[in-house]
Write a protein that binds this ligand. Structure first.
Ligand SMILES: Cc1cc2nc3c(=O)[nH]c(=O)nc-3n(C[C@H](O)[C@H](O)[C@H](O)COP(=O)(O)OP(=O)(O)OC[C@H]3O[C@@H](n4cnc5c(N)ncnc54)[C@H](O)[C@@H]3O)c2cc1C
Length: 454
C-alpha cells in the first residue's frame, strides 16, 4: 500500500529538452558517469531543471515500463547495471541557499560539496563534506558520509534536517522529523531507494579553519608508519580525524616534483584546534622523521581538498571495508598485499580512523546512526581498460584476503562499490524496518539505487 501524502504537485509541462535518447546528439555525454570505467547504458537520460521536471521524468518511466535510477555526479556509479532504466541526472538542479543565523543550508540535488562549502565561507560556516569537492551532496549524505570533521561531528546523514522527495507516485513530499518521519529516517543512510531527492536542508557548523596537512615518507617506511599511526590513533581527541595511506603517484606534470611518480607512505590529518595543540598531538609521528611535513592552518575550502582526490572524472576501480581493529599485524598485511612498490595497479590504499562521534549511536540519526567499527579500509586503482579493471580486481582480492582477520561484519554504504548485500550496512533489526518503508513508498520497486533496498 502506498503512503498517503499530504503534499502533491500539479502536473506541469516538462522542459522541452528533458529527455535524451540513444542515437540523439549528446547521448554519450548524457550517459557518462564521473567514474569513466563505468560504461552505463540506460534506456533514456533525463536532465530535469525543476522538481516538476523530475515528476514528469518519473511519470514517463512508470508509464513506459522503465525503472528509475538517479545520479548527481556518477561518483558512485557501477554497482548496478542501468539497462532498462530512465536515468535522472540531477546536475541541472542547482542552487545553495544559506540561512546563516539558523546555520542551515538549503541545497538542490545537483549541488556538489564545493558549492556548499564555498557558500558557507563568508558566514564562517561549513558542512560535513567528504574528501572531494565534486562529490554530490545528496548521494554522499544518503549513504552516510565520512569526512574530515566526522570524528567530532558524526556522519553527514545525521546533519540532514529535511528532504524534498519525488515519490514513485510522482508526488512531491517533504520528509522531516514531523512529516513522513519514517521516510526521513530511511533516507539518512538508506540511500536512493525511496524516491528522487530534489532538495536537502543541512545543519552547518561554525568551523572556518583547521590545522591540517600531510606527513610523507618514502614507501620503504610503510610498515613503520602504519604501525605507529595505528598506535597513535588509540588515544586521540575527537577533534582529530586522520588517515594512514599508501600511495603510488603517477608521473603527472601537475604533481609537485618531490612527489611525482613516487611511492609514498602518508599520514593525513585535520585537527579542529590551533597550531600549538595540533603540533603537540603530532609528536609521535614526527619522531619518525617524515621527509615532508605540510601541516598548517588551512581554510574550510582547503580542508575539503586536503585528500587531493582527482580534480575531474577518471576511470577508477575501488572497494572498501570496515575493520574491527587495526594493529601491527594488520598494517603488515596491508603493506604486503597492496604491493605499492611499483608492481601493484593500485593508486591508493587508505585506512581511515573512525570512532569518536562516528562510533556513538546518534539517537536522532537515521537508519545509519553510527558506524560500528573503529577503522575503514579503502583501496582504488586506475582502470582505463577491461584488462586494467581485471588487474585492479586481482590486487583488491589479495588485499581483502590478507585483511580477512580484521574485516568487520558491517560494510559502509559509500565505500562499497560492488553488489554488496545491503543488510550488511546496518545494525541488526534496522534492515527489516528499512525494507518496510521501501515497500510502503515504492511498492512496485520503481527505483533502482546504488545498493537498492529490497
Ligand atoms: C573521489 C571520491 C571521493 C570520495 N570521498 C568520500 C568521502 O570522503 N567520504 C565518504 O563517505 N564517501 C566518499 N566517497 C564515496 C561517495 O560518497 C559515494 O560514491 C556517493 O555515492 C557519491 O555520491 P554522488 O551523488 O556524487 O554519486 P552518484 O553516483 O551520482 O550517486 C550515488 C547514488 O546516490 C543516490 N542518489 C544520488 N542523487 C540522488 C537523488 N537526488 N535522489 C535519490 N538518490 C540519489 C543514487 O542511489 C545513486 O546511485 C568518495 C567517492 C569518490 C569517487
Amino acid at each position: 500500500m502506498a503512503l498517503t501524502y499530504t503534499e502533491t504537485t500539479r502536473r506541469k509541462a516538462a522542459s522541452p529538452d528533458l529527455l535524451v535518447l540513444p542515437g540523439q546528439a549528446g547521448w554519450d555525454d548524457a550517459r557518462r558517469a564521473w567514474n569513466l570505467a563505468v560504461d552505463q547504458r540506460p534506456a533514456v537520460v533525463a536532465f530535469p531543471e525543476t522538481a516538476d521536471d523530475v515528476v514528469a521524468a518519473v511519470d514517463h518511466a512508470r508509464t513506459t515500463g522503465l525503472r528509475v535510477a538517479v545520479q548527481g555526479t556518477g561518483h558512485g556509479a557501477g554497482s548496478t547495471p542501468l539497462d532498462g532504466t530512465l536515468l535522472i541526472n540531477t546536475a541541472r538542479l542547482t542552487g545553495v541557499e544559506i540561512d546563516a543565523e539558523a546555520r542551515v543550508a538549503r541545497v538542490a540535488a545537483g549541488a556538489v560539496w564545493r558549492d556548499v562549502v564555498d557558500a558557507g565561507v563568508e558566514h564562517g560556516l561549513t558542512a560535513l563534506h567528504g574528501s572531494a569537492g565534486d562529490v554530490g551532496v545528496v548521494g554522499y549524505s544518503l549513504g552516510g558520509g565520512v569526512g574530515w570533521l566526522a570524528r567530532k561531528h558524526g556522519l553527514a546523514s545525521s546533519s540532514v534536517l529535511s528532504a524534498r522527495v519525488v515519490t514513485a507516485d510522482g508526488d512531491i513530499v517533504r520528509a522531516d522529523p514531523e512529516t513522513h518521519a519514517d521516510l526521513f529516517w530511511a533516507l539518512r543512510g538508506g540511500g536512493g531507494s525511496f524516491g528522487v531527492v530534489t532538495e536537502l536542508e543541512l545543519a552547518l557548523l561554525p568551523v572556518a579553519d583547521a590545522y591540517a596537512g600531510w606527513l610523507i615518507w618514502p614507501i620503504e617506511h610503510a610498515s613503520d608508519v602504519l604501525c605507529r599511526w595505528a598506535e597513535w590513533t588509540r588515544d586521540l581527541p575527537d577533534e582529530l580525524t586522520s588517515i594512514g595511506r599508501l600511495l603510488q603517484l603517477p608521473p603527472l606534470p601537475e604533481l609537485p616534483e618531490p612527489l611525482r611518480g613516487r611511492q609514498l607512505a602518508v599520514v593525513e590529518a585535520a585537527y579542529l584546534g590551533d597550531v600549538r595543540g595540533g603540533r603537540a598531538l603530532l609528536g609521535p609521528l614526527l619522531e619518525l622523521d617524515p621527509e615532508l611535513d605540510t601541516f598548517a592552518m588551512v581554510s574550510a575550502q582547503d580542508l575539503m581538498e586536503l585528500h587531493r582526490d582527482p580534480p575531474g572524472p577518471v576511470p577508477g576501480r575501488g572497494e572498501g571495508w570496515l575493520l574491527d581493529a587495526f594493529d601491527d599485524r594488520a598494517a603488515h598485511a596491508i603493506v604486503g598485499s597492496a604491493a605499492m612498490d611499483g608492481t601493484s595497479p593500485l593508486l591508493s590504499v587508505e585506512v581511515r580512523h573512525l570512532e569518536g562521534a562516528l562510533g556513538r549511536p546518534d539517537p536522532n540519526g537515521g537508519v545509519l546512526g553510527h558506524l560500528d567499527a573503529p577503522y575503514a579500509l579503502y583501496a582504488i586503482g586506475t582502470a582505463p581498460t577491461p584488462e586494467g579493471v581485471a588487474a585492479v580486481d586481482r590486487q583488491l582480492a589479495l588485499l581483502r584476503t590478507a585483511t580477512e582477520p580484521w574485516l568487520a561484519r558491517q560494510r559502509y554504504h559509500n565505500f562499497a562499490e560492488r553488489d554488496v548485500d545491503p543488510v550488511s550496512f546496518y545494525v541488526e533489526g534496522s534492515y527489516a524496518r528499512l525494507a518496510q518503508v521501501r515497500e510502503r513508498v515504492d511498492p512496485d520497486g520503481l527505483f533502482l539505487a546504488k545498493h537498492t533496498i529490497v
